[in-house]
Design a protein. Structure first.
Lengths: 187, 85
């Protein structure tokens, strides 16, 4: 875990603006899954279009970081940039609608809501132990099998299911704590 | 406020944020260096007419000959910049 991974969003943005290369690496790392999910899950872009959107969004972030009024609001700003760029990509392709456009837009909007929720879960994941973060990410986000996880982490495969269950329970507690107490924002 | 009532739902949400392809992330992380290359090439093209002519004639060849290795997006941007100037 780098020093920068613990920085709140606002501090990270300030460090990026000051030209700190490690801070920029962390900003890309922190939001890369989010931008990717909006493009691929939210707007269902092809991988080719998603790659163009992805690179273009990070280029815009890099070039326009000075225009961000509230550094801690970087995530909604990135979401907005990504959504706009996805809409541009769709309109430039003159996407054929396979269903009624309203229905399609409603589905996309539901998926985008899920992406927002997923980001909140991902942030909460950061509050768990490194072992829990690693095993949950490998199993759910990287689709690794019990056997692969066991081999790479050098732990008995028979214990993987119980470790995942335990870590999920901790994640749930973490999220419930956030919802009940004062919001612990990184930004 | 969202309530994450069960572990199954958490699993679904964790699956949503998959890692972006490593090459995309690396390219985005290398943006500052790519922008510096872009700025340097554009500044040279503005100051050096022969270099500018070489770029307009064969952009990729001219850049490779000068030791630059810009990626596709930088090439596209330089092309746009040169034709708009």
């Amino acid at each position: 875990m780098s020093t920068y991974s613990a920085l709140p969003d606002g501090d990270l943005v300030r460090a990026c603006r000051a030209g700190d290369a490690d801070a920029w690496n962390e900003l890309v790392e922190r939001f890369s899954r989010y931008v990717y999910a909006i493009a691929v899950r939210g707007f269902r872009l092809s991988e080719e279009d998603a790659e163009d959107v992805f690179q273009d969004v990070f280029t815009r972030i890099y070039l326009r970081l000075d225009t961000l009024r509230d550094d801690s609001a970087v995530r909604p700003w990135i979401a907005q940039l990504t959504r706009r760029r996805c809409l541009d990509a769709l309109s430039s392709k003159g996407r054929e609608m396979s269903a009624d456009e309203d229905t399609l837009m409603a589905e996309e909007s539901a998926d985008l809501t899920d992406v927002e929720e997923a980001f909140a879960v991902r942030e909460a994941l950061g509050g768990l132990s490194d072992n829990c973060q690693d095993i949950l990410d490998r199993f759910f986000a990287q689709d690794q099998s019990y056997r692969t996880i066991a081999a790479e982490l050098e732990i008995p495969s028979g214990t993987i299911a119980s470790r995942i269950a335990r870590c999920l329970a901790r994640l749930k507690e973490q999220l419930e704590g956030r919802n009940q107490g004062p919001e612990r924002s990184r930004g | 406020m969202t309530h994450f009532s069960n572990e199954e739902r958490l699993g679904v949400l964790l699956r949503l944020l998959r890692p972006a392809p490593a090459g995309w992330v690396r390219a985005a992380q290398e943006l500052p260096a790519a922008r510096r290359t872009f700025d340097e090439i554009v500044a040279r093209a503005e100051a050096d007419i022969a270099f500018r002519k070489a770029l307009l004639a064969d952009l990729e060849h001219a850049l490779t000959a000068e030791g630059y290795e810009p990626d596709r997006r930088v090439l596209d941007e330089i092309r746009v910049r040169l034709t708009n100037d």
